[in-house]
Ligand binder design. Structure first.
Ligand code: UDX
Length: 436
């Protein structure tokens, strides 16, 4: 099928490449000429495992092309809209400027029978405000949220856990859902749940899923706070409660907390939307979830201060990680960089390393020192702070090797990634998050 994808950021670029890889003819459209030029050469404009290969294949096959010209959408049967919905400059609500701009530019190019599939994460009620303008062209609007995780985006797009389509009532909605089912044929054929529902439910599924995940992380981080005053070990606690299949161990990783371009902004936008709807009290807990999450950043900084005897001033701190999580170069709302910036503000000589995210980090926080090599970062450090659990820090760094490079022997494990006993046995002061 011929598809257009409007917005070639994380979501759109991956979606376009993934759809081409399952046999569709795809045109990706974005207003950013530089991004389009890179994508047209088959190059990923950001780090995402497997994406470059998929882009190169798609472009070489002729099934995948990119342009800044929205008129190229004409002729596609399905138009995916995957533009960003960042947090507003003032306040917590989502900024829908890009969504409105994308729809305004797409509308003149729609034909009767087309399907417009909104993929952006939007406040519940957004699709209802867009549907009439789409229907006036003879096309049908569906809301088809995306659940991909950065670092696993290609796999999550080709082989998702579930597919959700919010459609209008009546035959046009039924037909649009069928078209979408056809687009996702390989996943549907292997039994992936395909849930057809109304707009509001589809929009809510996305924010509810992210709210739940954020809550799960903050729940275990709240337990970490209690563990810290009782001498309990939150990682053992998580293992023990995680054996209950109703709870499950995943997303019970206590540490410096969540960041990135989705969870923090999505829970804030959800709370703001609930307020607008007069139901703020239904999700007051999300403010708590946010607050607990931000407190963990303070805690990690405090552990470095404690480890260094009460002050970081003039001390060299090696920060392992800048991205908000491993397998990503994304530094948006990164707890790692937040901690690094605070330590720098307290007078520490902060040296940050990351296998992928240094360029992005430098652009955002030029005041910090960045070093590509892990070992060079560790050299001469008084304390080490692990904040992004890349394998080269988590698995491939022994306490003995680290000790051969650093000056001090203080390690703060912001992701509870290390075995405390092993580091202590090697002479380190090991400080974890919610661990004795
Ligand atoms: C998230 C959702 O998982 C995804 O479904 C949605 O489409 C977009 O938002 P992503 O932002 O890519 O995806 O990252 P995710 O893997 O969810 O991690 C989010 C943050 O939580 C990271 O900073 C990670 O380090 C942190 N995290 C995750 C924890 O602190 N503890 C955990 O146990 C798990």
């Amino acid at each position: 099928m011929r598809l257009s994808v409007i917005g070639c950021g994380y979501l759109g670029a991956v979606h376009a490449a993934a759809m081409a890889s399952i046999g569709h003819d795809v045109v990706g459209i974005d207003t950013d000429a530089e991004k389009i030029a890179a994508l047209s050469r088959g190059e990923a404009p950001f780090f995402e495992p497997g994406l470059s290969e998929l882009l190169a294949e798609g472009v070489a096959s002729g099934r995948l092309s990119f342009t800044t010209d929205i008129a190229a959408a004409a002729g596609a049967r399905v138009h995916f809209v995957g533009v960003g919905t960042p947090q507003q400059q003032s306040g917590h609500a989502a900024d829908l400027t890009h969504v409105h701009a994308a729809f305004d530019s797409l509308l003149p190019h729609l034909h009767a029978g087309d399907v417009v599939a909104g993929k952006s994460t939007v406040p519940v009620g957004t699709a209802a405000t867009l549907t009439d303008a789409v229907a006036a062209t003879g096309a049908t609007l569906v809301w088809n949220p995306e659940f991909l995780r950065e670092g696993w985006a290609v796999q999550d797009t080709i082989d998702p856990d579930r597919l959700v389509a919010g459609v209008p009532t009546g035959p046009a909605g039924v037909q649009a859902a069928e078209v979408l089912r056809e687009v996702y044929h390989p996943a549907v054929a292997k039994g992936t749940p395909f849930i057809v529902t109304d707009y509001a439910t589809a929009e809510l599924v996305k924010v509810a899923a992210n709210a739940f995940l954020a809550t799960k992380i903050s729940f275990i981080n709240a337990m970490a706070e209690i563990a810290e005053v009782t001498g309990a070990d939150v990682t053992q606690l998580a293992d023990a409660i995680g054996h209950d299949v109703r709870i499950g161990r995943r997303f019970l990783g206590a540490g410096i907390g969540f960041g990135g371009g989705c969870l923090p902004k999505d829970i804030r936008a959800f709370a703001a939307r609930a307020e607008e709807l007069g139901r703020g009290e239904s999700v007051t807990f999300l403010r708590e979830v946010d607050a607990i999450n931000l407190r963990r950043r303070d805690r990690a900084v405090q552990l470095v201060i404690d480890g260094l005897g009460g002050s970081v001033f003039g001390k060299r701190v090696a920060v392992l990680g800048a991205a908000f999580k491993p397998h990503s170069d994304d530094v948006r709302d990164s707890p790692a960089l937040d901690a690094a910036v605070r330590l720098h503000g307290l007078g520490a000589e902060v040296v940050v390393t990351d296998p992928q995210a240094i360029e992005n980090a430098r652009r955002m926080h030029p005041q910090l020192t960045y070093v590509a090599e892990r070992d060079e970062t560790l050299r001469g450090a008084d304390a080490v702070l692990l904040v992004t659990e890349w394998d080269e820090y988590r698995r491939e760094l022994s306490p003995e090797h680290a000790a051969s490079l650093t000056r001090g022997r203080v390690i703060v494990d912001g992701r509870n990634s290390y075995d405390a006993a092993t580091w202590r046995a090697a002479g380190w002061t090991y400080l974890g998050m919610g661990r004795p």
